[in-house]
Write a protein that binds this ligand. Structure first.
Ligand SMILES: [Zn+2]
Length: 439
């Protein structure tokens, strides 16, 4: 059995390097001609073994994964159907062997700077996925259920008319989504939908970072964009940071518009785009379309409440715990982690003589109770005497303070339900345990 596995590895390795030089190609061909019949003969059992291994791994992941998700998976998406999708982006993607999904707004096809139907078809024929980005790109929060359906199906009809296969993926215009849209998409046979970065991150015209897509939590109808990239969001540091999140079952979904775009605010220069794609290539990312996700995820599996995980992320969390125990009494500090504008409204500190006590949320030395305060640094210890204790353990949890101005700002762009949830005060989980030496 070990021998079989080895044979497969040799062949795959040879395949990867086969472009290196013509001399090597000749010798690899000779080697392959000897090995291929052997692999074909032995391979079936080997492949079964590999799958078996992967299914063991995937038991640790959620129900909707069909196999383990490798690290460094990037999904590339392009919105609005600019002519540059075909003339600039596609050739660069082809050169790197990357997949991508182009979300087209059917009512914009043929307009100045946009693709015409022959060009959309050409993208499809080149092997790229064509996705539905509505008929006229309205803010769909503000239209009726009938009109939502109309926006979806008139795109489908236009594709059918031009010989383009029915789309299975949708991108919410402007990134605005609600339950009515999800319901309509499911009814029309859609499997996936990509939103943008909100509500976990603030939605800005200039783009910017968002959450990674974690298929064990996020429903395939609410796939988030990890970065809305463009000339107004050109930070290499942010870009590399979101890419570094593509591991441990999380996938990085990138959103581009035209290269360049009809509109200035979401345009990406050819230089920036070329540099981004080269970065993905140089760092061995697997770059795929939304449709290709089905290699790793069962996109037909639905969460019971698809909005629940997303809404649960709206709070804050304490991290980077610090304790200064040099003075008469220890003082505690932490940092607030939040991805959208908001602060802290209250905290609770537990201090215990053992980690075991803290595990059961027992602050046997000090339990501050809920303290209404936005203070998160230099909070003095106010518990039992510490003279007899050597090592102490502590943790903290925090309540958020929703930013009313931010909620007002996004009120036209977020569903009523999401706005209500954004306005709620939530308590975080307790931080991980930190310890310090007592006196
Ligand atoms: Zn759009």
């Amino acid at each position: 059995m070990v021998t079989n596995n080895l044979l497969v590895i040799v062949v795959l390795e040879s395949g990867c390097r086969i472009q290196e030089s013509s001399d090597r190609i000749a010798s690899m061909k000779r080697m392959l001609s000897l090995l291929v019949p052997l692999v074909l003969f032995l391979g079936c059992e080997t492949v079964k073994n590999v799958h078996r291994d992967q299914s063991v791994l995937s038991k640790n992941l959620a129900d909707n994964t069909v196999t383990s998700i490798p690290d460094r998976v990037v999904v590339l998406t392009f919105d609005d159907g600019n002519i540059s999708d075909l003339t600039t982006a596609a050739p660069i993607l082809k050169g790197h062997g990357f997949g991508a999904t182009f979300y087209i707004t059917s009512g914009w096809v043929g307009k100045p700077g946009r693709l015409n139907w022959e060009q959309v078809k050409e993208l499809n024929d080149q092997g790229f996925e064509i996705g539905n980005h509505s008929a006229s790109h309205p803010n769909m929060l503000h239209i009726s259920e009938d009109d939502i359906r109309e926006q979806i199906i008139s795109f489908d009809e236009a594709c059918a008319e031009h010989g383009i296969p029915k789309a299975t993926s949708f991108a919410y215009p402007g990134g605005h989504h609600d339950r009515r849209m999800v319901k309509a998409l499911a009814a029309e046979g859609y499997l996936t939908a990509r939103r943008a970065v909100s509500p976990e991150y603030p939605l800005y015209d200039r783009g910017g970072p968002g959450p990674l897509y974690n298929p064990s939590e996020d429903d395939p109808f609410l796939i988030p964009g990890a970065y809305v990239r463009g000339n107004l969001s050109p930070s290499d540091q942010e870009f590399e940071e979101v890419l570094s999140g593509a591991r441990d079952g999380s996938i990085c979904v990138l959103i581009y518009h035209g290269v360049p775009d009809v509109h200035h605010h979401c345009s990406t220069s050819v230089d920036l785009f070329t540099k981004d794609m080269q970065h993905l290539k140089d760092n061995d990312f697997t770059v795929i379309s939304v449709q290709d996700l089905s290699k790793y995820i069962d996109v037909t599996k639905r969460l019971k409440d698809i909005y629940e995980p997303l809404l649960a992320r709206l709070g804050i969390s304490p991290n980077a715990l610090k304790c200064d125990a040099l003075g008469d009494s220890p003082v505690f500090s932490w940092e607030i982690k939040t991805t959208r504008p908001q602060g802290q409204s209250a905290y609770q500190i537990l201090v215990a003589s053992s980690e075991k006590n803290l595990d059961s949320n027992e602050g046997d030395l000090w339990n501050s109770g809920k303290v209404v305060s936005n203070q998160s640094s230099e909070i003095p210890y106010a518990g039992k005497s510490l003279t007899q204790v050597e090592r102490l353990h502590w943790k903290v949890r925090c309540w958020n303070d929703p930013d009313e101005a931010e909620i007002k700002r996004v009120s036209r762009w977020s569903a009523k339900e999401i706005l209500e949830e954004m306005g709620k005060i939530r308590v975080s989980d307790y931080s991980s345990v930190a310890s310090f030496i007592g006196k």
